[in-house]
Design a protein around this ligand. Structure first.
Ligand code: HAM
Length: 422
């Protein structure tokens, strides 16, 4: 029979007791810390469906983006309706706000879940990956921008992220964006024969995106091109300077006038956090202001700013590890005493929630169970057999300190001992 494999670019995440550098453990720990930071910023959780109508992303993320152009997981459902697996979370959040007619209110939201993009898998790039996102809705440019950068600084600090750089830019208002794009087009027209097909397409769909081109030829041509900073209103430049001044003691912040984002909905302030440790796919989060999206999708005018974190990428940069609780391996030597011994184990769990108690459920010799307890990095093995149960005692064997001897404790002594563990 043919073996069944996971799909290309999709990975299983399985938690491990000991291997602390293993990616699944890092991811789960990262998610836990992010949740607590989101709470600290008084954000509320929102969960939207993984499946959405394809047109939602065509009308939001945009036709000029790779995400919609090439990477959508799209199919017809049984009703011949075109459905996609969401490639990002922002569009679904706005759809939900409009549908619930709360697009006239303010919202501070977070979400965490899988996203799908049919990309060429490589280091840091998956077809199914996890994003944690934040969307702050109903607030004009100003304090919400500060809140976003403050959040990024808090995340970097809480997880001790390796070599983070936060790049910021401003795409200006409608008028300056239009003037800049016109001048950029005028500059590039005579050289259009030298541009790659993909960049030519960008020129017609969203000229700003050409600044993002990976082609060295295009980047060469762009060297003398108009730069957005010359078109920005003073208040946009002031905002960038203010953010740099306010947060430079917490984060390494760089103004990068070439930063444009790969999605069409951005309108003003944009940012990305990168780390050189990540290699080619160096952005572990990105976002910006998108004041037009809600009205573009049929809702009211709702000023908005948001960001999404690539969990796999962020987790690989985390320098801190979870302080694991004391692990106790509970070994029952005979199936005849299973129920009574189980009751003791359960009492121990209730006595101290700072311990992790692992009842070894498998059959096998004492030797093999002790071996497994050591492999799991357990601090103690508690061993209970028929003899012990008769005399209400348990053998306590320290596993980390090789010089400590095992001892026999009666149940009261055992309960006091467990209570004393931190
Ligand atoms: P994005 O830049 O497309 O923005 O994605 C955000 C982050 O998701 C990236 O910086 C990266 O870390 C991660 N990411 C993207 N694609 C992959 C992949 N194939 N494999 C692994 N990680 C990946 C957005 O998605 C916007 N919705 C962000 C936003 C929210 N803007 C406003 N609100």
């Amino acid at each position: 029979m043919d073996k069944i494999h996971s799909l290309t670019g999709m990975i299983d995440l399985v938690g491990q007791k000991t291997d602390k550098i293993q990616i699944a453990n890092r991811i789960f720990f990262t998610e836990k810390i992010l949740r607590s930071i989101f709470k600290n910023y008084s954000l509320l959780e929102i969960r939207t469906p993984a499946l959405e109508d394809e047109s939602l992303f065509k009308r939001s993320v945009g036709d000029s983006s790779d995400i919609v152009n090439k990477e959508l997981y799209s199919f017809l459902d049984k009703n011949e309706k075109r459905i996609v697996l969401r490639p990002e979370g922002t569009a679904g959040v706005i759809r939900s706000i409009i549908e619930k007619k709360t697009d006239g209110d303010t919202h501070k939201l977070w979400y965490l879940g899988p996203m799908w993009r049919y990309e060429r898998p490589q280091k840091g790039r998956f077809r199914q990956f996890y994003q944690a996102g934040v969307e702050i809705l109903g607030y004009k440019e100003g304090i919400a921008e500060l809140e976003m950068i403050s959040l990024i600084c808090s995340i970097n600090k809480a997880l001790d992220v390796k070599n983070p750089v936060v790049k910021i830019n401003h795409l200006g208002n409608k008028d300056c964006k239009k003037r800049f794009c016109n001048d950029l087009l005028d500059y590039l027209k005579p050289m259009s024969a030298d541009l790659e097909k993909k960049d030519l397409e960008r020129l017609t769909k969203n000229p700003l995106r050409i600044l993002d081109s990976k082609s060295s030829e295009t980047q060469n041509i762009l060297k003398d091109a108009p730069v957005i900073v010359d078109y920005l209103p003073q208040e946009s430049k002031d905002l960038l300077e203010l953010i740099k001044d306010m947060f430079s003691d917490e984060c390494n912040i760089k103004i990068d006038y070439k930063l444009v984002r790969g999605l069409d909905y951005y309108t003003g302030f944009v940012f990305e956090a990168i780390s050189q440790e990540l290699g080619a796919q160096d952005a572990y989060l990105g976002g910006g202001r998108y004041d037009e999206l809600c009205s573009q999708l049929g809702g009211k005018h709702l000023p908005a700013i948001g960001m999404a974190i690539g969990i796999e990428r962020l987790a690989s940069l985390v320098n801190k590890l979870e302080n694991n609780k004391t692990l106790i391996s509970f070994i029952i030597l005979s199936s005849k005493i299973e129920q009574k011994a189980y009751k003791i184990a359960q009492n121990l769990r209730l006595l101290n929630n700072k311990i992790n108690l692992d009842i070894q459920l498998s059959e096998g010799s004492l030797k093999s169970k002790l071996r497994r307890a050591s492999k799991d990095n357990a601090s103690y093995a508690l061993i209970i057999g028929e003899e012990e149960l008769k005399s209400d005692t348990v053998v306590v064997k320290p596993l980390l300190d090789k010089n400590s001897e095992q001892s026999s404790m009666n149940l009261n002594e055992l309960y006091d001992f467990i209570k004393s563990l931190t």
